[in-house]
Write a protein that binds this ligand. Sequence first.
Ligand code: SN0
Length: 320
Amino acid sequence: MKLFSSVNDVADLKSFIEQALNLKADPFAHQSLGKNKTLGLVFLNPSLRTRLSSQKAAMNLGMNVMVMNLDKEGWALETEDGVVMNGTSVEHIREAAAVMGQYCDILGFRFFPKLLSREEDYSEALFNKFVKYSGVPVISLESATLHPLQSFADLITIEEYKKVKKPKVVLTWAPHVKSLPQAVPNSFSEWMCRAQEEGMIDFVITHPEGLELADKFTPGAKIEYKQDMALKGADFVYVKNWSSYHDYGKTFQNGESWMMTHQKLEQSNEAKVMHCLPVRRDFELSAEVLDGPHSLVIHEAANRVWSAQTVLKNMLEGLL
Ligand code: SN0
């Protein structure tokens, strides 16, 4: 494996989940695989889970890890091609990525979308430049449009906690105070659509009209605009805010009634509740649900280690 940026980089989904569960059962089984290999984690945005779980996954495999908060600690970065650099930017992504590729065997890169131009964000231009100029295998730590390490951890969590053979998984939009990327819901949908294709789950997305995600990430998903209808019989409810894809980057107004509560979940099949975190308590999800027995949010975060470790293991095997 040379690139992990989407579910499409995974050839065999079921084997990938099995590998993750094996690593969870025996975290240090491959400790010599990463000996004398270096992982570099490069962030242009904040992180808690991605940074620590990737670091821990690498350590479990015997790797060395370097972390760079490039936005705060690096030189002001130029990302556009063909500009005369006589202004405030100091170093071009071409050299920055190439140099980091000299120091690291595998790199991870996080860059959130600016939410100003849909064309620019959905081209994944910056992530693709980083992959091209670094010259080493690259893991997405959340790009402009996708967050595959999170979605893989979510799928592992669903596999672990399902009580029926083919659970009903519902992605529901939630209110928020600001415009958030579509990366987490795009990615969750992409992974769930693949799992649905492989007969593992049934997948429904519910959101206010106008908040449809890009078609390319929702093939086969059932869209239900009425949240209460969608929640009927749900086994897993995945709560997430996103800004508009169609009216690009705009926040949805007056969506407060979409907050997930204990009462709404009464229509479900005692659904387990998921969220990628960080979560705004009593705004996206009620504190009662978050602190209650149906919440899986901490289990999901814990599974980020096995998600990252599976990807790193496959990349390290490719370096042998
Ligand atoms: C990010 C997002 O893509 O939604 C990262 C999630 C893993 N979330 C935020 O930026 C939350 C910011 C906030 O103010 O709540």
